[in-house]
Design a protein around this ligand. Structure first.
Ligand code: CTP
Length: 436
C-alpha cells in the first residue's frame, strides 16, 4: 500500500484545495492530510485564518478524500509524521517547490502544479474588505497603517483630525460616510464625541483605551453599540498578544496557586512628542497597566489609592502616578509615567510561585513561571507580530464579521478602567506628591 501525506491550512476550502487533494490521493492508496493548528499558523505569521482548526478539519473531511486527518503543530513535525506513518510520498502544491526537498531523505517528494486563480488569501480579501478610517493622530500611526497592510481585507481608507471648531461635527460625519469602521486615536477627552458620532452613523469603532473618561458616557456608548448591532472595541494592544493571553490563562488555572498580588509598571519618557499626540501618563499607560489587575483579580476591589506627581496640574498632565488597590484576598498596584522611569515589568505573585514578565512586559513574547525551587521554573515563548497591533486589527475585523464572538476585554473591565480615569480626573482617593 502506497501512503501519501500532504499538509495545508485549508482555510475557506476552495477548488484549488480539492484539486490538490484529488491528485494527492491518486498518487497512492491511502491519503493522510495534515491540517495546521491555529497556534502553529500564528507562530509562522499566518494570523488571518477565518476558520478555526475544527472547521478546517471538518471541511477537509467533507471532501471524502482524506483517509486520515492529523494536526500539524510544530516545525519539523513532517519528518516525525513521515517516519511514524511510514509515508512513501510527500506532496504539496508547486508554490512550495524546493522548500521540502530535505524530505527526500525520508520519502519521495512531489510538487503538484498549483491551481491558478484561487487562494484562501483572495477569498478572505473578497469576503471581508473593510474600509477603516483613522481619527486622530499618534506617533505610532505609521506602524498602525503598516500593520493594517498585513491583515487581509482591511484597508486604511483615510485619516481625519478634529480641528476643535464648530465645523467638526459636520466634517466628521462627512468623513464617516467614506468608511465602514473607525480607529480612534485622538486625545482621550475627544473619544466620547467621536465614538458616539461614529456609532450613530452606523460605523464600528476600535478606540484606543480609555474609550471614555466617565462611566456614564461609556455606558451610553455600549448601549448605542448594542442597539445598532455594532462593534465597540477597546484598543489595548497588549490584550491581543499571545504571551499575555497565555499568562492570564496560566495564572487563572492555578499554576502559581492563589493570586495574592499583581504589580504592573509602564513608563516611557518621550522627548519631542508633538503636543497633539501627548497624553497624560494615566491615559497613556493606565489602561494597559490596569488590564492584568482587573482580568486576574476582578473589578470588585475594596479600596483604591491614587498618588500622583504632576507636571502641569492645570493641563491634567501627570508625570508619575501610582495606584494601589486592595481586594478582600489580594492587593495590586500600577506605576505609570511619562515623566519618570522605572523597570517596566509585570509580576503576578501567588501562594505557590509567581509569574515574571520582563520589561517591556506590554509587548512581550516571553514570560517565566518561577517557583521556590528554581528547577521547577518554566519559560514560555510565543510569536509576537507587530507588537500586538496586528492581532488587535485581526480581532476587530473578526468581531465585525462574527457578531456575538466574545470580546478579549470584557465590558466590566472596560468600565473599571473608565472608573479609574474618572476618579483620577475628579481627584478622588487622591494624594498629590510634591516636586521637591
Ligand atoms: N493549493 C493549490 N492551489 C491553490 C491553492 C492551494 O494547489 N490555488 C495547495 C497548496 O499548494 C497546498 C494546499 O493546497 O499544497 C493547501 O494550501 P493552503 O496554503 O492551505 O491554501 P492557500 O489557498 O495557498 O492559502 P493562503 O492563500 O492562505 O496561502
Amino acid at each position: 500500500m502506497v501512503k501519501v501525506i500532504t499538509y495545508g491550512t485549508f482555510d475557506l476550502l476552495h477548488y484549488g484545495h480539492i484539486r490538490l487533494l484529488e491528485r494527492a490521493k491518486a498518487l497512492g492508496d491511502y491519503l493522510i492530510v495534515g491540517v495546521t493548528s491555529d497556534d502553529y499558523d500564528k507562530s509562522r505569521g499566518k494570523i488571518n485564518n477565518q476558520q478555526s482548526l475544527m472547521e478546517r478539519i471538518a471541511a477537509v473531511r467533507a471532501t471524502g478524500l482524506a483517509d486520515e486527518i492529523i494536526v500539524e503543530e510544530y516545525d519539523g513535525q513532517k519528518i516525525d509524521d513521515i517516519r511514524r506513518f511510514g509515508a512513501d510520498v510527500f506532496t504539496v502544491g508547486s508554490d512550495w517547490t524546493g522548500k521540502f526537498d530535505y524530505l527526500n531523505e525520508y520519502c519521495h517528494v512531489i510538487y503538484l502544479p498549483r491551481t491558478e486563480g484561487v487562494s484562501s488569501t483572495e477569498l478572505r480579501t473578497e469576503r471581508r474588505k473593510l474600509r477603516l478610517g483613522i481619527v486622530g493622530f499618534t506617533t505610532f500611526l505609521d506602524k498602525f497603517v503598516a500593520e493594517c497592510e498585513c491583515v487581509n481585507g482591511v484597508d486604511v481608507a483615510s485619516r481625519f483630525e478634529l480641528s476643535g471648531t464648530e465645523a467638526d461635527q459636520k466634517a466628521l460625519e462627512n468623513f464617516l460616510e467614506t468608511v465602514d469602521a473607525v480607529y480612534i486615536v485622538a486625545p482621550p477627552e475627544q473619544h466620547y464625541f467621536i465614538a458616539r458620532t461614529a456609532l450613530e452613523k452606523g460605523r464600528h469603532v476600535l478606540c484606543e483605551s480609555p474609550i471614555a473618561t466617565k462611566e456614564d458616557e461609556f455606558g451610553s456608548l455600549l448601549a448605542l453599540a448594542e442597539q445598532k448591532g455594532l462593534v465597540l472595541m477597546e484598543g489595548i494592544k497588549t490584550a491581543f498578544s499571545t504571551a499575555y493571553e497565555r499568562l492570564i490563562l496560566l495564572a487563572k488555572s492555578g499554576k502559581i496557586g492563589q493570586i495574592v498580588s499583581v504589580d504592573a509598571t509602564c513608563t516611557s519618557i518621550r522627548k519631542n512628542t508633538p503636543v497633539r499626540a501627548r497624553w497624560n501618563s494615566i491615559s497613556a499607560w493606565g489602561p494597559t497597566a490596569l488590564l492584568p489587575i482587573f482580568q486576574l483579580l476582578g473589578t470588585d476591589y475594596q479600596a483604591m489609592m491614587i498618588s500622583t506627581r504632576f507636571l502641569d496640574e492645570a493641563a491634567n498632565l501627570d508625570a508619575f502616578t501610582k495606584i494601589d488597590f486592595t481586594y478582600s484576598n489580594a492587593v495590586a498596584s500600577i506605576k505609570v509615567a511619562e515623566g519618570a522611569k522605572s523597570e517596566g515589568n509585570l509580576i503576578v505573585s501567588g501562594t505557590e510561585g509567581y509569574i515574571y514578565v520582563p520589561a517591556p512586559w506590554w509587548k512581550t513574547d516571553y514570560f517565566e513561571l518561577r517557583y521556590e525551587n528554581p528547577k521547577d521554573n518554566k519559560r514560555y515563548f510565543y510569536q509576537l507580530d507587530g507588537e500586538g497591533i496586528r492581532y488587535e486589527i485581526v480581532a476587530f475585523a473578526r468581531s465585525i464579521n462574527n457578531p456575538g464572538e466574545k470580546s478579549y476585554i470584557s465590558e466590566k473591565v472596560s468600565l473599571a478602567i473608565t472608573k479609574v480615569m474618572e476618579n483620577f480626573d475628579a481627584r478622588l482617593h487622591f494624594t498629590r506628591l510634591g516636586d521637591d
